[in-house]
Each structure stands twice: as structure tokens, then as C-alpha cells.
Design a protein around this ligand. Structure first.
Ligand code: BG6
Length: 483
């Protein structure tokens, strides 16, 4: 039996951008929950680092407030005090010399050292260089870099080259928080832990696959970043791509970093270029409650997409001819992320034409209500003719696994602990990120060159009409976006 909580080695974790949004919302509350779970050794140390002048006490107050606001999970209020004793702060200038010596003096020599770059990619190179120059980086130190990892292939390559001057690939942890989601890891468990699905997991039996990541929120306070990125760069190049890889990849020989990442890379490299008429971009409009996308990003002429749907093909033996439909967008009807594997009809119906067409669908819900359903065709009860209906075999994890199923840890909790453990399986390798950009860049270049304007859609809808047409033209339909 693999243990539930594996204590990690003693560590010093420095969070650059320690006062920022991601640190307050995700990283620090996640660390606190791991502390409460007993995973953190008593001497572990977390050091916030940012430009703002602040002392340890000031930072601890900020961390306390963040944990109160964004979920702590402490059963005993004393736990938070005890956690905060492990937290400190050093003001550091990422582009200058200030603070680096003080930061170095804080760190211990005999433990794991991890540096979390929770800052914009423009600072990645400066931080990496100074960690080396001021002697903070040891041979076993790790750096964690957040997305966006570049803006296109060229900038991602430049970033990879820059980081490689100071750190070995085995020391670089590129985060895609979707890989830390419990159900995303479950994709691998479902596929490779069961004998049931794998024989059917190919073009012979699968009609098509739908990957949907729908959000109800708009661009919020991130208008500047988002308007420069759009849904393709913000979601498809990374999160949806990772989902596609896990669904489409060949079984790796082991659940180990390079075995898994090699297989994912093969999928990305097997993706065909996407034809322009297989891409639909949308931008949400206004409704009576709030202004639309353009007002949110304060750019009345914006042509950036807040929604994208596309049809992709993985050209290899397993998947030749099976389309993968991807869609993601903001301000949609419900917050739901789901992968649906839609199987082909039975080759021959013994029940005649009036029984209709029925096919099995395996739907894997990533959020909310993590779980899986498998639509199975059965006889509708009652006398009369043989009427067939599809009913879901429903396995909502919260129901099936009791309290443990409902208690899904946040992605960051797992990922930060994996960094300390030195396990890169759930992190993106440099070549993987570059291959993903190499696939998305031509689509973006294409619509920019054509001057395409995204199609408007209503907030609370399923996206623009054209996205529905993308499947209708193929005689298929999207699954409903519902909570
Ligand atoms: C982030 C994107 O990476 O993922 C956001 O930048 C998006 O725009 C978010 O809202 C979605 O993450 P989750 O975990 O809420 O599905």
C-alpha cells in the first residue's frame, strides 16, 4: 500500500513574488494544508521574497490573512501559529544586488533548496542568474517556474536557453497546475490501472473525443495580461494540451518523469496543423449585469479571443481519423471541465432501426464534482417493444470514496511537495513546452495575418454559434455545458 502522507525531506523554499496573488491564493494556503497533514518536517522553512520592504512579522501577518481568506483547513487554531514560525521574509531586488546576501544567510546548507518563481517570465532570467552569482543555488537546488512559459515558440526557446545557462533540466520544474489536479492524474489511473478501457482506446472504437474547460468568470483584474494572450495561449497551449496528451498517449513503461514526458511529447509532435476553418474564436459581449470583454480589458478594438474551439487530429496508428474537439472559454454557462470519450455505435443493431442509435460515452469530470460516468445502453423498463435508453453508470468520487473522495487537495499542494521530493513527472519538460508552442503558433499567426475578428457570444451561453457548427458539420454535437 502506498502511504497517504509521505513526509518530505527538510527544505528551505523561497517564494519570489511571495506577496503576489498566486502566493496568497494558492501556494501559501497549500503549504499550510500540507503542514496540517503532517507532511512538512519541523525545521522546514518558507521565505517570502519580493521587492517590498517588510520584516518577518509583516509577512507573517500577510500570510495569516491569506490563509484565513483562501482556505486553511486547520483543525486546531494553534497550527497556524506553529506554521507561521516557519515563515520569514527578505526584501530582494530581482534586477539588482539588494537583499541577495541577506537571503543567502537565511538558507541552510544541509537541506533541499527550492526557489519558486511566482513572478512574470520577464524576471525568470534575472532571478536564475542572481541565484548563481550570489551563490544561493547549489547542485541540488530546484527552481519552479510558473506559466506563461513564453508567448510563442521563439520566446519559449529563449527562456529555455536562458535558464539552461544556470540550471540543469533536472532542476527546472515548469508548472502546469492542471497536472496537479487529482482527476487529471486519475486519467492515467483509469487508463493504465484497468484492463477494461485500453483495448477500446483507439480509432477503431472511439468515434471522437471532446475536451471542454468552461469557466463562468471573465478576465477579472488580469485584463492587461489576458488581452495579450487570449484563450489559445492562456489555456489551450498548456492546460488543454496536457489533457489531450494524457488521453492520447501510449502507455509509458513506468510512471516516471521521462517515461511519461516522452510519451506526451510524441502526442504533441503527432498533432496535425489545424486548418483555419476548424478553429472558432469568440469574445464575450455585455449583458445587463456587466460590460463585455472589451470593456474588461479596456481595449475597445480588441481582437483577442476569450473562447476558442477547434478540431485536432493526432496522426498516428492509434488515433488516425478520430477527431479531438477542444473548447475553452470564459463567461460561459457553467464552470465545468470534462473529457468525453465518445465510442462508436455497435457495428450492427439487432433491435432494428426504431430502437435508434446508441453509443457509450465515458465522461471524466475534472471539476467540479470530480468523477466519471459511463453511459450504457439498456432496455427501458416496461412492456411493449424493445425500447433502448442510455443511462449513466455514475461514479462521483465524493459518493464512491466517502469523505476522502470529497476532500480533493488543491493542485498546488501536490505540486509543491513533488518539487521538494524531486519528482518531475507532473511538470513540463522544456521540449514539451516548445512542441506545444510549435503547434499553436501557426494558428495564432494565421488568424493575425488574416485579421480575423472573434465571433461575439452572450455571457452565460455555450459560446458562439459557429462552435456548435464545428461539430454539426461532422454530424456530431457538443455535450451540454452544465454544472
Ligand atoms: C489559469 C489561467 O492558468 O487557469 C486562467 O491563466 C484560468 O485564465 C485558470 O482561469 C483556470 O484554472 P482552474 O484551476 O480554475 O480551472
Amino acid at each position: 500500500m502506498v502511504s497517504r502522507v509521505i513526509p518530505v525531506d527538510s527544505f528551505d523554499l523561497v517564494i519570489f513574488g511571495g506577496t503576489g496573488d498566486l502566493a496568497r491564493r494558492k501556494i501559501l494556503p497549500g503549504l499550510f494544508r500540507r503542514f496540517c497533514a503532517g507532511q512538512m518536517p519541523p525545521e522546514a522553512q518558507i521565505v517570502g521574497a519580493a521587492r517590498t520592504e517588510m520584516d518577518d512579522a509583516g509577512f507573517r501577518d500577510m500570510v495569516r490573512a491569506a490563509i484565513d481568506e483562501f482556505g486553511g483547513g486547520a483543525e486546531d487554531p494553534g497550527q497556524l501559529d506553529s506554521f507561521l514560525e516557519r515563515v520569514g521574509y527578505v526584501a530582494v531586488d530581482a534586477k539588482g544586488d539588494g537583499g541577495w546576501k541577506a537571503l543567502k544567510d537565511r538558507l541552510r546548507d544541509d537541506c533541499v533548496r527550492a526557489f519558486y518563481f511566482s513572478v512574470g517570465p520577464a524576471l525568470f532570467g534575472d532571478l536564475a542568474e542572481r541565484l548563481r552569482a550570489f551563490g544561493l543555488a547549489t547542485e541540488t537546488s530546484r527552481i519552479v517556474v510558473e506559466k506563461p512559459f513564453g508567448h510563442d515558440l521563439e520566446s519559449a526557446r529563449a527562456l529555455n536557453r536562458e535558464l539552461a545557462q544556470y540550471f540543469d533540466e533536472t532542476q527546472i520544474y515548469r508548472i502546469d497546475h492542471y497536472l496537479g489536479k487529482e482527476t487529471v492524474q486519475n486519467l492515467m489511473a483509469v487508463r493504465f490501472g484497468n484492463v477494461l478501457f485500453e483495448p477500446l482506446w483507439n480509432a477503431q472504437f472511439v468515434d471522437h473525443i471532446q475536451i471542454t474547460v468552461a469557466e463562468t468568470v471573465g478576465v477579472g483584474g488580469r485584463g492587461g495580461y489576458y488581452d495579450d494572450s487570449g484563450a489559445m495561449r492562456d489555456m489551450v497551449q498548456n492546460h488543454l494540451m496536457q489533457l489531450l496528451c494524457l488521453i492520447a498517449m501510449e502507455p509509458p513503461a513506468q510512471f516516471e518523469p521521462d517515461s511519461v514526458r516522452d510519451e506526451k511529447l510524441k502526442v504533441i509532435r503527432a498533432l496535425d496543423p489545424v486548418e483555419p476553418h476548424h478553429i472558432v474564436r469568440g469574445q464575450y459581449g455585455a449583458d445587463e449585469k456587466q460590460p463585455g470583454y472589451r470593456a474588461h480589458v479596456e481595449n475597445e478594438r480588441s481582437r483577442t479571443e476569450s473562447f476558442v474551439a477547434l478540431k485536432a487530429h493526432v496522426s498516428n496508428w492509434r488515433w488516425a481519423g478520430t477527431p479531438f474537439y477542444l473548447r475553452t472559454g470564459k463567461m460561459l454557462r457553467a464552470r465545468t471541465s470534462e473529457i468525453a470519450v465518445v465510442f462508436k455505435d455497435a457495428p450492427h443493431s439487432i433491435f432494428g432501426a426504431e430502437a435508434g442509435r446508441h453509443n457509450n460515452v465515458l465522461a471524466i469530470r475534472l471539476q467540479p464534482n470530480e468523477g466519471m460516468t459511463l453511459d450504457v445502453t439498456i432496455k427501458e423498463p416496461g412492456p411493449g417493444g424493445m425500447r433502448l435508453v442510455d443511462v449513466p453508470l455514475d461514479m462521483t468520487f465524493a459518493d464512491a470514496l466517502g469523505p476522502d473522495g470529497a476532500n480533493v487537495p488543491d493542485a498546488y499542494e501536490r505540486l509543491v511537495m513533488d518539487v521538494i521530493r524531486g519528482n518531475q513527472t507532473l511538470f513540463m519538460r522544456g521540449d514539451e513546452v516548445e512542441a506545444a508552442w510549435a503547434w499553436t503558433d501557426p494558428m495564432i499567426d494565421g488568424w493575425e495575418a488574416r485579421g480575423d475578428v472573434p465571433k461575439p457570444y452572450d455571457p452565460g451561453s455555450s459560446g458562439p454559434e459557429d462552435a456548435l457548427m464545428l461539430l454539426h458539420r461532422d454530424g456530431r454535437r457538443w455535450r451540454d455545458i452544465k454544472a
